[in-house]
Design a protein around this ligand. Sequence first.
Ligand SMILES: Cc1cc2nc3c(=O)[nH]c(=O)nc-3n(C[C@H](O)[C@H](O)[C@H](O)COP(=O)(O)OP(=O)(O)OC[C@H]3O[C@@H](n4cnc5c(N)ncnc54)[C@H](O)[C@@H]3O)c2cc1C
Length: 443
Amino acid sequence: MPIEHAMNTISERHRADILIIGGGAAGLLAALAARRKARERSIVDSDFRIVVLERNARPGAKIRISGGGKCNVTHDGAVGEMLVQGFFRKSEQRFLRPALYAFTNDDLRRMLRKRSVPTAVRDDGKVFPVSGRACDVLAAIEAELRDASVDVVTGTRVRSCLRQNGVFCIHTKMSDFFSSRLVLATGGVSYRHTGTTGDGLHIAASFGHDLVPSSPSLAPFFLRHPVAAALSGVALRDVQLSFRTPSETVSRKGDVLLTHKGLSGPACFSLSRDAADLMRRESGGEALVNFFPDFSAEDMQEMLLRHASAHGKQLIRKFLQLQSAIPSGMIPLVLKQAAIEGDIGWGSLTKNARCRLQRTLQSFSFGEVKAIPLDAGEVSAGGIALGQVNAKTMESRICRDLFLCGEILDYAGEVGGFNLQAAFSTGWLAGSSSASGSAGTGV
Ligand SMILES: Cc1cc2nc3c(=O)[nH]c(=O)nc-3n(C[C@H](O)[C@H](O)[C@H](O)COP(=O)(O)OP(=O)(O)OC[C@H]3O[C@@H](n4cnc5c(N)ncnc54)[C@H](O)[C@@H]3O)c2cc1C
């Protein structure tokens, strides 16, 4: 049907001045910012319809499961600090800067406080609601949406979009929606059961956007030969985890958790994006742990030599038991990999055996990494190429009046509240920009 004809026959319910696809952190904040901007422009709410289309029965699925249900909403600190700590790639830091200034961590905390959801900063800078309940964060945002007269249409999956005569036509199974401005906020592609199956990426591609292939981030490692089930749940504290291929090694310091399928925990999550990139290029790699990351190989050799001279009678097993860095369950594995009998003393240890022990303690191999699963990542990297989005407005450089925000974009932050803050901030900037200027005149 020609679009002009369609426009004459559609009900008011299917018209929007701004239509947002995806009711996650980015999409919901885009709706709030759009209303704020429209009101600043003295446009009455009834003359400016803001609609969010969400495929799930309730918006904010990922907000509810974030931080293990406690929701690490953001990170403390100035914008510059957040960018350096939360986003390791310079291109991402540059891209996110205007958005993080447009809607800061303080703005977010103020909004939540206004809705009786106070937040607190932990020693490591992570910010959580004091109640410890992610659902309180979502309830606060939903209350804001009600006050902002935003129409959140749930259970409505967008299939495709096209643009004719400056109007976006958004197809869903039941009906079509029409809007002069469109915000695409459908998230990444991990945890697909929450609704993030990459629909928005297909829509962006249909408007001519380049997509950086999706890849895992903040994801566990699945090992070809996982450690014994009895060790599942054991934490390796303050170690260095490396992923090694014949040509390159990438590493992170932090805690590692042993699981029944492989490795998890903060260091593993942080390393997963680089490791997955390397794995894709070289089709395979090995996971290694350095239990003494603050010692160089030479210092470690010297330390063991001095120890051997001073404690000739001490059993190697006893020495390992005294090292807080090595959980007791790991000791038999360390001894086996170093090919050393635990019941011999330092005095009987040959130089070769001492060198093997040093190597094992500083590069204990967990063997081949079978997979770094995309779906199990807390976020996915890749998505719409950042170069095709104006960082100051979140408007597409390819298609006018199309705004893009949140995890659908090609960035991925570290653990610590950075991903939600990036989604909130880019969403806010997209919504605010979409409602400025000549918005609302097309439909
Ligand atoms: C287990 C887990 C724990 C996490 N914990 C934290 C944490 O503590 N702190 C932190 O900062 N980050 C955390 N994250 C990451 C963070 O939740 C996300 O980065 C963030 O929610 C992304 O927001 P978004 O709005 O871009 O996408 P999403 O929140 O994924 O929202 C996208 C929305 O679009 C909808 N949608 C998709 N396709 C369609 C369609 N075709 N039609 C209509 N609707 C559609 C989806 O249903 C979804 O509701 C966690 C993620 C996971 C999976």
